[in-house]
Design a protein around this ligand. Structure first.
Ligand SMILES: COC(=O)C(/C=C/C1=C(C)CCCC1(C)C)=C/O[C@H]1C=C(C)C(=O)O1
Ligand code: AKG
Ligand code: FE2
Length: 363
């Protein structure tokens, strides 16, 4: 995917939030302060409600005791994808060591001095490297977050200069982790296909050599979490996203459910999965990519490791014939090439579900 034309992008000075809190722990610069309506008290008493999004036990799908157990879990999965766009998976089969190892190097990376991290810069108009993504103007508000993003698969999307030499085991741990997450995504897509009454391999066959990218998000504590956002509201452009929260993580992820921001309570050893825009389009809107955001904490830092899994850039995306009916369920999205959607997604700021307007058929 070509970088955006840099000459036209002026993004102003971007303060590194980790450095900010070292020098002025109680100061929140104007550029981080959101308008009251953006901070998101959307509705009533339910705001800040902690909620367990649906929990899917993958061992009940891979090694069910009975066929009914299998069907019950598939039903849970399909309800989660339809009603929430989010679920947590437990008993996912990824070894604790693999999860711990990636968390360790991600943490060590963010703890390095700024000069070291700046060796891997996210240049304006690109999405890989260390910095803040999705900033396209000088007056755009900033998120209270430092990011480090890398394309992982296929190798052609990698920028090897951005793979850090320190921490020493960073690349090795990321390779091992990404292989496991890739296997998990393939399994999940298989179960999602079953839940839609499609043949198991439907997505895998369609996706070709799937694109996989990782983004590590580090949210330092903020003295005024009520004024800032850790990550602006957005839906993910991927097919599936896998989010790992660091061990004993505080709450931070919120999803928009019935016009209310609902906090997701981290569960030990679970991974959070969400449906991306691509599955929404493929299922003609049956499974939803749901808007979400991250908020910060006054005392505690938070680290998340996020994998975006998507079809190959060459793949044509459109609602699947099996899920469209001209009479009862007409096509809601046009067809497009996933590479074009990726380009569109990364050329625009995070703004709720606006990116998906690219594909919507407006009546
Ligand atoms: C900061 O990056 C993102 O938030 C992001 C980008 C992912 C990507 C890379 C880091 C390098 C390779 C390209 C790709 C765009 C996948 C989000 O990813 C979403 C957005 C789309 C579209 C997608 O497929 O995943
Ligand atoms: O860090 C989080 O809780 C949310 C991250 C996220 O939504 C993303 O990286 O796309
Ligand atoms: Fe996201």
């Amino acid at each position: 995917m070509a970088p955006l034309p840099i000459s036209s992008i002026r993004i102003g000075k971007i303060d590194d939030v980790q450095e900010l809190i070292k020098s002025k722990p109680n100061k929140v610069p104007e550029r981080f302060i959101r308008e009251a309506n953006e901070r998101g008290v959307l509705v009533s008493h339910k705001t800040h409600l902690h909620h367990h999004i649906p929990v899917v036990d993958l061992s009940k799908l891979s090694k069910p005791h009975t066929h009914d157990d299998f069907l019950f879990e598939i039903l849970k999965l399909s309800q989660a994808c339809e009603d929430w766009g989010f679920f947590q998976v437990i008993n996912h089969g990824i070894e604790v060591g693999v999860v711990e190892d990636i968390e360790k190097v991600a943490k060590e990376f963010f703890e390095m001095p700024l000069e070291e991290k700046k060796k891997y810069p996210m240049e304006p108009g690109t999405v890989q490297g260390y910095g803040q993504a999705f900033i396209f103007s000088e007056d755009q508000k900033l998120d209270w977050c430092n990011m480090f993003a890398l394309g992982v698969h296929p190798p052609s999307i990698r920028n090897p200069k951005l793979w850090p030499s320190t921490p020493a085991r960073f690349s090795e741990n990321l390779e091992g982790y990404s292989k496991e997450i890739r296997k998990l995504c393939k399994r999940l897509l298989k179960y999602i296909a079953i839940s839609l009454d499609l043949k198991e391999e439907r997505f895998e066959e369609m996706f070709g050599e799937a694109v996989q990218a990782v983004r590590m998000n580090y949210y330092p504590p903020c003295s005024r979490p009520d004024l800032v956002l850790g990550l602006s509201p957005h839906s993910d452009g991927s097919a599936l996203t896998v989010l790992q929260q660091s061990k004993n993580s505080c709450v931070g992820l919120q999803i928009l459910k019935d016009n209310t921001w609902v906090s997701v309570l981290p569960l030990p050893n679970a991974l959070v999965i969400n449906i991306g825009d691509t599955i929404e389009v493929l299922t003609n809107g049956k499974y939803k990519s749901v808007e979400h955001r991250a908020v910060t904490n006054r005392e505690r830092e938070r680290l998340t490791i996020v994998t975006f899994y998507a079809p190959n850039y060459e793949v044509k995306i459109e609602p699947m014939g099996e899920l469209v009916d001209d009479e009862t369920n007409p096509c809601k999205y046009r067809s497009y090439n996933h590479g074009d959607y990726s380009y569109h997604y990364v050329s625009n700021k995070l703004q709720g579900k606006k990116s998906l307007d690219f594909a919507k058929i407006l009546n």
